[in-house]
Design a protein around this ligand. Structure first.
Ligand code: ZN
Length: 362
């Protein structure tokens, strides 16, 4: 059994823009140390933690070539790629919404997509049992022609289309457990019956106007998109119940050749951009569940903005994927215990999920 870990130092060098948290600096908004929440530190610290515990040494650590223009054109129109490349060559800037980038941003984003592509191809070829791509910038919000939410290229979309073009697979499923709606991946495959897209997210977090349960796909794709919006705060119990009762049965029915997880960690309890209460154990348990559902799985890193907690959540995922004995004990375990919700809250969550299950079965 071998687990691949695809990463590149240059992905940590992506950056740009003058932000104070989510706000552009200006007027009464004072500049802030660190700028955008999408900083390199969450990802770099995950890699560092794996090096320190020794988990890295048990994985197949590797880089990958950037996604090339043909790869990107399968998802993004030439007009968008040309404009992005021109602004990147001119020193950087910002397109869309909250997606600043610096000089060379186009090349770094292509590299990020290339890591996802290489991870999916390696697993489908049987070179690895499973794989993790430490992609940065993230991808799941990026529409074909509109970057948003820190995402400049749709990494998972590019990876799926590259695998299809190579003749390695025909049926793909995407499970997005980032706390935000995977609106970009949904948009890329909304008309398609050969790619099942599922997003479990906090209801009306980001984007505010997408991610409804009623959005099931269009045309041939009708029935092949599933949004599972959860009320804020349901955390551990809510995420596992959403997987058990809705997401995993849908994936099992679809029987994909490969399952790609848009692996964000912003459902974690102390994330500044989410209001959920998941823990490292939640992510480990979700990983175990997807491994028990589909043979070939690939994780592509998305959001997650707690510099202290993302490394431990990611380490738990990679320990589970690799079957390693090397553990990084959760330092927040006592702060965020896996409490069962209060009975009235449990009943509320059950009601929310039961309504969705009833519609799917009806
Ligand atoms: Zn997110």
């Amino acid at each position: 059994m071998s687990t691949g870990f695809f990463w590149d130092e240059r992905c940590f060098w992506h950056g740009g823009g003058n932000y104070a948290g989510m706000l552009p600096v200006g007027g009464l908004v004072q500049p802030m140390q660190g700028g955008l929440p999408e900083s390199p530190e969450t990802k770099r610290r995950l890699k560092n933690l794996m090096d320190v515990t020794g988990l890295s040494a048990e994985l197949v650590m590797q880089g990958a070539p950037p996604a090339d223009r043909d790869d990107l054109l399968r998802v993004h129109p030439a007009s968008y790629l040309d404009a992005f490349q021109a602004m990147s060559d001119a020193g950087g800037g910002e397109m869309g919404r909250r997606t600043p980038f610096g000089p060379g941003g186009y090349e770094i984003a292509s590299l990020s997509a290339g890591l996802a592509k290489a991870a999916v191809l390696a697993v489908l070829k049987g070179d690895l049992t499973n794989a993790y791509a430490l992609s940065r910038p993230p991808g799941h919000h990026c529409l074909p022609d509109y970057p948003n939410g820190f995402c400049l290229l749709n990494n998972i979309g590019v990876a799926i289309e590259a695998a299809r073009a190579a003749g390695l697979a025909k049926r793909f499923a995407v499970l997005d457990w980032d706390v935000h709606h995977g609106n970009g991946t949904e948009a890329v495959f909304y008309d398609r019956a050969d790619v099942l897209t599922i997003s479990v997210h906090q209801d009306r977090n980001y984007p505010m106007d997408s991610g409804d349960f009623a959005d099931r796909g269009r045309g041939d794709g009708l029935g092949y998109n599933l949004n599972i919006p959860l009320p804020p705060g349901v955390g551990h119990t809510g995420y596992l119940a959403a997987l058990d009762r809705l997401a995993l049965p849908a994936i099992r029915d679809f029987a994909p050749d490969v399952l790609i997880i848009a692996c964000g960690y912003d459902a974690a309890a102390n994330d500044p951009l989410g209001r959920m209460l998941a823990t490292a154990e939640t992510f480990a348990m979700m990983t175990r569940r997807v491994m028990d559902t589909v043979d070939k799985i690939v994780m592509v890193h998305e959001g997650g903005y707690s510099e202290t907690y993302v490394p431990f959540c990611g380490h738990a995922v990679l320990q589970e994927m690799s079957g390693s004995q090397i553990c990084a004990p959760d330092p927040f375990a006592e702060v965020f215990p896996l409490r069962q919700p209060a009975p009235h809250f449990d009943a509320y969550l059950n009601g929310v999920l039961a309504d969705m299950v009833a519609v799917l079965k009806g």
